[in-house]
Design a protein around this ligand. Sequence first.
Ligand code: TRP
Length: 357
Amino acid sequence: MSDSSSQQFSIKGVPIKGAHIKRAFSGVQPTGGLHLGNYLGAIQHFVALQDSHECLYCVVDLHAMTAAHDPTTIAAHSREVAAAFIAAGIDTNKHIVFAQSHVPQHAELAWMLECVARVGWLSRMTQFKEKAGKDRERASVGLYVYPILMAADILLYHSTHVPVGDDQKQHLELARAIAQKFNNDYATGATGEDFFPVPEPLIQSRAARVMSLRDGTKKMSKSDASAASRIVLTDDADTIARKIKKAKTDPDFLPDNAQALETRPEAHNLLSLHAALADMAMAQSIEHFAGQSFAALKADLSDRLIDRICPLGDEMRRLMADAAALDAILATGAARARAIGEATMVDVRRLLGLIGA
Ligand code: TRP
């Protein structure tokens, strides 16, 4: 991680730790039943950043509390996310894997940023409107301010890059606006360097959106009533093969151009899954299957999924069987995260002029 010999920026003569580093931060909510969308849309991308960035990957359990909260399952679900990170190949010696609730500075910074962000900005967040549903009055206040906690997650570590699915774009925009307003209002230093880097989203283009296997117009989701609509990371080979066999199709052969896919959501989804798993451009997958039947595509897809997901699921199960070992990894990660986060908060409290800071 950062070392004191590397270049440091300063604000009003006080060094800012970490402001010079390429640092990636992302989070996954422990809601249970991680699926292919979580893997291809997020976790797989986290793994790829390890050589180029310092990475912090967080089990965002405080975010999971914004919807219906079950105290009897959240800890196990948090371990499931940690296990998925590790099984996917995140190196917890080089990078930081931890639980959000173990680092109280996230909540502290979130409060301060709530006083920076404007009500008008939050009221435009489309995900709140979707998640709150019809009865908005009964949504938790936490669900409303959720994007500000997310901004705090990112900014607490002076993160420069945020790998996310495209559904999080708007939240990232808000984090950028908050960073800019904080810098403007409190932290334009003598060196001209801004205190918070304005974080860049890293949106994965391939399979950023994994859709339901039962309805190609809906996102793959853990809350879908049909279990056949999603592939869970711990599904065994037979289950994966069965779900792909049952996946919805349409009556035509596969097309030879992308435009034809616009009105064929299931063909689009299965081809884009193929592209993601084969690490091909979508155009290559289209070309490969042009004129063929869905059966050919499904057979190929099923094999690739089994090759990729089954070893991951096996490793997750192995890791989850030893809760104490996972908890120890998370405790180490939290200690490292707290050290960085507290250094940021020392600066933030001082920039805000709080007594004694
Ligand atoms: N809101 C993100 C999601 O649901 C999870 C998240 C929380 C996150 N904090 C974050 C993602 C910070 C990136 C950075 O997917």
